[in-house]
Design a binder for this molecule. Structure first.
Ligand SMILES: [Zn+2]
Length: 253
């Protein structure tokens, strides 16, 4: 078993993050499972060292201990930053495409988007067979129409909720969805605890998982909690725990 704390250093932590840390650490303690600290900075375009300092300060103040991961900013930047692993994510993406993940390059920028968009693509790039040029255009996954993804008890209409989400960004960085599924595979995460705002991200990652051999991400136990506290020291009830996720493809037209 393994649980992880996975903050993104694109701002100072808020109450929802602290709630996530508390619930994750409590569940790890109840299960007797190790806890990892994984700072998701791969796509943090607004990275600032103060944000990572805030993560460590918050965890110290909450008296949360973890067994895997960095223990201060210097250690993080030298050895654990995901920026050191950009090539790893790129080769995982290339392997996923070789394993049948359907993708397409998109030249739309946020500024040029008009009209109905498929996950941010409004120009029908899906049908234009544009060559992917990292650093020049965006690579998107082609989500089958009508895809329904089971995330624990929830059924997420991935196509409708997220559309053809980004795998590789125009600025030549991996997307959060790609990094998160690869990292959870590499860590062998068994329990994924997230705010409810990330339910569609969980669905996106369960969709990607089979293409990157991340069976554990499909089989993981998912807990999606709301982001406001309901008073102090709330305990995780068994009813908030969800079972494994699974994929149900819609027909792909
Ligand atoms: Zn496009």
């Amino acid at each position: 078993m393994l649980l992880r704390l996975a903050p993104t250093p694109s701002g100072f932590l808020h109450e929802g993050n602290r709630r996530n840390f508390a619930i994750t650490a409590e569940l790890a303690r109840e299960l007797g499972a190790p806890l990892a600290l994984r700072i998701d900075d791969a796509d943090a375009a607004r990275y600032r060292r103060e944000y990572v300092e805030d993560v460590f300060a918050t965890l110290r103040a909450m008296e949360i201990e973890w067994q895997i991961g960095p223990h201060d900013v210097a250690e993080f930047e030298a050895h654990w930053s995901q920026r050191h692993r950009t090539d790893h994510y790129r080769s995982e993406l290339i392997a996923a495409r070789a394993h049948g993940l359907r993708t397409y390059a998109c030249t739309c920028s946020r500024r040029t988007q008009i009209g109905p968009a498929i996950g941010g693509c409004s120009a029908g790039c899906r049908d234009r067979a544009i060559e992917w040029k990292p650093g020049e255009n965006t690579l998107r996954v082609q989500v089958p129409r009508g895809s329904m993804i089971e995330v624990g008890d929830a059924l997420v209409p991935l196509d409708e909720a997220m559309g053809d989400f980004v795998l590789w960004r125009r600025d030549d960085l991996p997307s959060y969805q790609l990094v998160s599924v690869v990292e959870d595979r590499d860590l062998r995460t068994t329990h994924i605890v997230r705010g409810l705002d990330l339910l569609t991200s969980s669905a996106a990652q369960i969709y990607l998982a089979p293409f990157v051999d991340a069976d554990n991400v499909v089989r993981a136990t998912y807990v999606h909690h709301d982001l406001v506290t309901d008073g102090e020291g709330q305990k995780l009830s068994k009813s908030t725990m969800a079972g494994p996720g699974s994929v149900k493809d819609g027909d792909d037209r």
